[in-house]
Design a protein around this ligand. Structure first.
Ligand code: ZN
Length: 224
């Protein structure tokens, strides 16, 4: 059974679940909005997002908006937005932030604002929030979400899935990714689909560097 895990007073996530495969859904309570990273593919994820209260405890306060950020276009991360567009489920949200490829998959979306992110965005919402495109081998147009000391990476540190062929990293892209990740000041790296989600920045970078160290001369790809 999926579990809801609290990372601190403002951040929690619904753990990955299976049948259908549904990625972790992270929710962050800002001062003006909920920031939701990925929407999963199962009904429980829809209920989890819809149950986030828009009315803060203080009645004078402005109701919270709900902003969704999609890490990448794979269905275990995105499907509930597509189901919402099809009328299959009703997902409660205002603004959708997507990368270039996920934007094409979602298409036109009525009644909501859709923002296609191609360069870094940052927000001050009681916490420091950034939405950043990231070089990665896994999925075109992937985005990551930075919240204070946390970085939610989705599947961006994973290889390109080979579907029968080996899974691979692109050498140049991996170099760019390591450089970018090193430049981040946040230290808690959260990888989708992993038990425990939160990793140390250094251990994630160390792992990626160990992959890069296996590169062969004149080869563009490294088998994962
Ligand atoms: Zn993926």
């Amino acid at each position: 059974m999926p579990r809801i895990v609290k990372l601190n007073d403002r951040i929690q996530y619904l753990q990955v679940s299976y049948e259908p495969l549904s990625a972790d859904v992270v929710t962050v309570r800002g001062d003006s909005a909920w920031w939701i990273f990925d929407v999963g593919a199962c009904d429980m994820a829809v209920d989890f997002i819809n149950a986030l209260p828009r009315n803060p405890a203080n009645d004078d306060a402005v109701p919270l908006k709900k902003n969704i950020v999609i890490s990448h276009f794979h269905r275990d991360h995105l499907l509930n937005v597509v189901r919402h567009c099809n009328g299959e489920v009703s997902l409660d949200f205002d603004t959708l932030y997507v990368g270039s490829h996920a934007s094409k998959v979602v298409g036109e979306i009525s009644g909501h604002e859709k923002i296609t992110v191609s360069s870094p965005l940052s927000f001050d919402d009681g916490m420091h929030i950034e939405i950043l495109p990231i070089p990665n081998s896994h999925a075109k147009g992937s985005l990551i979400l930075v919240v204070d000391d946390f970085v939610f990476l989705g599947d961006a540190t994973y290889p390109m899935v080979g579907h029968g062929e080996p899974d691979v990293y692109n050498v140049q892209i991996l170099e760019q990714q390591i450089k970018m990740l090193k430049s981040l000041t946040a230290s808690r790296f959260c990888l989708s689909h992993k038990r425990g989600l939160v990793r140390d920045k250094s251990s994630v970078i160390q792992f990626l560097e160990s992959v890069l160290a296996r590169r062969q001369k004149n080869e563009n790809y490294i088998v994962a």
